[in-house]
Design a protein around this ligand. Structure first.
Ligand code: ADP
Ligand code: MG
Length: 468
């Protein structure tokens, strides 16, 4: 869904003003991405010219171009647009190719709806409703495994169906597990097979922003029309609109009217409908009405599969040992896993050395440390059970005897302290208990720690073991 951003003028600003602007853009980006990335990726770029609203930047290698496009292009577009109103899109090309070819192939991306960055009136781009899609987020590039097979199947079904099968499809799961990837895969698929159908993909944040702007510009009729005339509406990260009443209201109406017209809706969130806090009851029950599919935390097998697939596309030699090491060590989410692999490859290419286990450990030491420190609720349950000499299954059981209830409370307490899980999530991991039970456990353990020093020591010891 490439956007056509033909600008009116073809004026090329003088070199000096371009380079001043480039300095400003670099300064901002450098602060955002850090010195190391800046040196690796931004420093080697050369800003060439602005032609018909397209800013042209050259880089020395294909690898660099692909990397910059994948990681920094959107941000570059936004920053440039802020610096220079003339810039509507950014083109990154390989220096040597443009010199020899007459009609080079280009990858373009639109600067999108950069207005969200908060500088309100200063930009005047054509604003498409749908956000630009990531080229890589297709079904072909999605690796299927146990944790995501259900969500994948549901997404495929929607993409292939000619009429509505279940409405809405609600995808949920932790950060970086592939929700956005699956949604955009649906969009790509429909776009390729049946281009006459209108598909809108956007974040809930944008949905809200648009809505608020429409309110301000007294334009809500148009706003509603835009959304109500689509075949498939996909709104990503709807947890964002929880607690925002007027947006929910509008969302609910749009939603109902689309469902009534037999249009397909796909939503994603980081929690299940029932766990979304600050969502209206009627919206929740409407969400639960369709198909709810969750994406679970990755397994070792899935992580390794993903690494294999990504490594293949990079066409560099990466030892199996290194891939296994990464799959074993980076367990948090796929985004970090990808990031890790990218860094290892980038490093090897820059210093021109082959990838080994040693260089990998070296390049990723900070990331690896962060992942080492991350404790899972399962580990906590195991440790605590062993410590108090009870069965792990008692962590989930309904037994209320003090001998098991107390260790269970300690485990809940530690889960709250040592993981980033929410109270409802913790409750679920302890045999589907309510979040108020977890809250009570945390309070209770705190009280006991104050009253009983040997109990306090026990808890402290467990904490240190788990963190260590
Ligand atoms: P979420 O929206 O759930 O936070 P994303 O869809 O943005 O996560 O995924 C994060 C990154 O991980 C993306 O680059 C995506 O392509 C990649 N990814 C996630 N799951 C998979 C998978 N099963 N196969 C291949 N890539 C994946
Ligand atoms: Mg996402």
């Amino acid at each position: 869904m490439e956007k056509d951003q033909t600008a009116a003028g073809g004026k090329t600003p003088s070199d000096t003003s371009l380079s001043t602007q480039w300095k400003a853009v670099c300064g901002l980006l450098r602060a955002e991405i850090g010195e190391a990335s800046y040196q690796s990726w931004l420093k080697p770029m050369t800003v060439r010219e602005v032609v018909d609203g397209e800013l042209r930047i050259s880089v020395p290698t294909r690898f660099m171009r692909d990397w910059i496009i994948a990681h920094y292009l959107d941000r570059l577009c936004e920053l440039w647009a802020d610096e220079n109103a003339e810039v509507k899109s950014v083109d990154v090309y390989i220096q040597s190719e443009r010199e020899t070819e007459t009609a080079p192939s280009r990858i373009k991306t639109s600067s999108g709806d950069a207005g969200f960055s908060g500088n309100g009136g200063s930009n005047n781009y054509r604003v498409d409703i749908s956000a630009p899609l990531d080229q890589r987020f297709t079904f072909e590039q999605f690796v299927v495994g146990k944790p995501n097979e259900f969500a994948y199947a549901a997404a495929r079904r929607i993409a292939e169906a000619s009429k509505v099968v279940f409405n809405p499809l609600f995808l949920y799961g932790g950060v970086g597990l592939g929700k956005t990837h699956l949604m955009q895969a649906i969009a790509w698929h429909i776009h390729e097979r049946t281009p006459e159908r209108t598909v809108i993909y956007l974040s809930a944040e944008k949905f809200m922003y648009r809505f608020i702007r429409a309110l301000r510009e007294k334009n809500t009729v148009d706003f509603k029309e835009q959304f109500r005339s689509v075949d498939v509406l996909m709104v990503d990260d709807v947890q964002f609109i929880s607690g925002k009443e007027s947006t929910q209201e509008e969302f609910f109406h749009t939603f109902n009217s689309l469902v009534d017209q037999g249009r397909q809706i796909v939503l994603s969130a980081d929690k299940s409908p029932s766990d979304l806090e600050g969502m209206e009851e009627r919206l929740i029950s409407r969400l639960n009405y369709g198909l709810v599919a969750d994406i679970h935390a990755t397994t070792y097998e899935l992580r390794l599969g993903i690494l294999h697939s990504k490594a293949e596309k990079m066409s560099v030699e990466i030892p199996q040992k290194v891939l296994e090491f990464l799959a074993h060590k980076i367990t948090s989410n796929v985004r970090e896993l990808e990031g890790g692999l990218n860094r290892v490859v980038a490093h090897a290419q820059l210093v021109g050395r082959e990838i080994t286990l040693e260089t990998t450990q070296d390049v990723l030491h900070d990331l690896l440390r962060a992942n080492d420190r991350r404790v899972t609720i399962e580990e906590i349950q195991k440790r605590v059970s062993a410590h108090f000499n009870i069965r792990v299954s008692d962590m989930h059981s309904a037994r209320r005897a003090r001998s098991v209830a107390r260790p269970r409370q300690v485990a809940m307490y530690l889960a709250k302290q040592l993981t980033a899980r929410s109270l409802p999530e913790i409750g679920r991991k302890f045999g589907g208990r309510d979040h108020t039970t977890v809250m009570h456990a945390v309070k209770k353990v705190d009280e006991l720690r104050e009253q009983d020093s040997s109990f306090a020591e026990d808890v402290e010891l467990l904490r240190r073991m788990l963190e260590g």
